[in-house]
Design a binder for this molecule. Structure first.
Ligand SMILES: [Zn+2]
Length: 465
């Protein structure tokens, strides 16, 4: 497959949808019942009753809702072979890290990463995601650097827009909770930077319609490297023209660690080391003080909101309505499925819609907010300015949700269905950069039986504690 599928992509006409959601916030979210013409990977026209042109493929969207594809801004694809590990199922973050992923990191060969990534991307595509940012931290001193290449390869196979957030820890990172159980030696700074530069040369596209991006993303800024190196790494990323990403304030442990070691709050800590800005986004941000929300908003730093993982690990509920009101860029991420058990963006969106209402009242979130955060919001956080809206000139990344199921019969507002009803909402078609990547509910060319057998073999290889 071609990573830049501008040429040779058939033109499409998506016709007859009951409703189109634009990806914009508020009232502008409701585009109406419109047809969509796609040419050369871009949306050409959005208008009522468009007529098919010769050689144009018509996708029947009658009885369907069309929305921009979900942009998943935080994942750990390798964890697709670590779902529901019993030793971690009732554990909070630190104990879960020490009992589920860390002891098994060293066992992930590039082949196992490939199986896990194919599983994860299949689930993402079938839940309406068209872009994935993967926070990948399976790197160690002197070890293979191939797994990042494997992820780009799998993304190309599935036709998914892909951002590799190149993680890892570097030497002198002994305070990382549970790191002693990884059986991995940390990389040196030089080793990590050399590989990031190599990945940038091989894959990174700077454009607002990039199919492939690289991001500098040590696993946590608090634990994965000496504080004295944070500013240097940020400057290096900016000199390469790549973004910064990491975990932050997922549990109260981050807050107490920062208070104890640096006499400040986590967001204040990263602010001191040049880790705030429009080119930075953090996963989680569950535990925040008002002054931290102000710092995030003033700097334009984004969040990957992961409500299912936060609930599963008992971490808490990020104050996302308050972050949004303050002007912080909001996006959604499924996080690793070892702490979610589902890599579905639909499930994540459904949870994001519900959890803040349970906590703060029925006006805390709207369907339009959720679609915006999960689509255009994600594209903005990743710097993909041409992605996330169904409007002429934008990249043709969109999903046709099929509402032909008893669950949706009786809906007064079908446009809300993918968010308000959650799963199962079947994806009839999904399109990335004009290419049909889910066709009548199936991923073309994907042998699911074979993938299932590979997944079972992968689980066996990782079984023992
Ligand atoms: Zn994570």
């Amino acid at each position: 497959m071609n990573a830049k599928p501008q040429e040779g992509v058939p033109s499409l006409l998506i016709r007859g949808a009951d409703a189109v959601l634009s990806g914009r916030p508020g009232a502008a979210a409701r585009a109406g019942s419109l047809d969509i013409r796609v040419q050369g990977g871009r949306i050409l026209e959005v208008a009522p009753m468009l007529r098919a042109l010769p050689a144009e493929r018509v996708l029947d969207a009658r009885g369907c809702v069309v929305a921009p594809g979900w942009v998943n801004t935080h994942h750990h694809l390798f964890q697709n072979l670590l779902k529901a590990v019993p030793s971690g199922i009732n554990q909070p973050l630190a104990q879960w890290l020490a009992s589920v992923p860390y002891p098994r990191l060293a066992r992930f060969t590039p082949d196992l990463v490939r199986v896990a990534a194919r599983l994860g991307m299949a689930e993402l595509l079938l839940s309406g995601a068209t872009t994935c940012a993967d926070h990948h931290y399976l790197y160690h001193g002197g070890g293979t650097k191939d797994s990042g290449d494997v992820l780009f390869d799998v993304a190309q196979e599935f036709g998914m827009r892909f951002v590799l957030c190149r993680g890892g820890a570097i030497e002198a990172a002994g305070s990382h909770p549970g790191f002693s159980r990884t059986a991995l030696a940390p990389e040196s700074q030089a080793e990590m930077l050399m590989d990031i530069e190599r990945l940038c040369r091989s894959y990174h596209e700077a454009g607002e319609d990039a199919m492939r991006r690289v991001v500098l993303a040590p696993t946590t800024p608090t634990y994965s490297l000496p504080a004295s190196l944070l500013s240097e790494l940020a400057a290096h990323a900016r000199s390469l023209g790549v973004r910064l990403h990491s975990h932050l304030s997922e549990s109260m442990g981050y807050v107490s660690w920062c208070r104890e070691h640096h006499d400040c709050l986590p967001v204040e800590f990263v602010a001191r080391h040049d880790w705030l800005g429009q080119d930075v986004w953090f996963a989680h941000l569950v535990h925040l003080q008002e002054e931290e929300i102000r710092l995030l908003a003033q700097s334009g730093t984004g969040i990957a909101h992961c409500p299912v993982s936060n609930a599963r690990l008992g971490s808490g509920i990020a104050p996302v309505p308050q972050l949004a009101a303050a002007g912080v860029p909001i996006s959604l991420g499924v996080d690793g499925v070892a702490s979610n058990e589902s890599g579905s963006m639909l499930a994540e969106a459904h949870m994001a819609w519900l959890v803040h209402r349970a906590n703060q009242g029925a006006q805390a979130t709207t369907v339009e907010d959720i679609v915006h955060w999960g689509t255009r919001g994600g594209a903005q956080v990743l710097g993909l300015g041409a992605v996330g809206l169904i409007e002429p000139g934008m990249c043709a990344d969109l999903v046709v949700y099929d509402l032909d199921h008893p669950r949706f019969w009786g809906f007064h507002d079908p446009a809300s269905a993918p968010v308000t009803a959650g799963e199962p909402t079947r994806v009839r078609y999904s399109v990335v950069q004009g290419r049909v990547v889910v066709d009548d509910g199936r991923i073309p060319g994907l042998d699911l039986r074979s993938l299932r057998a590979q997944a079972a073999a992968g689980v066996r290889a990782l079984l023992a504690d």
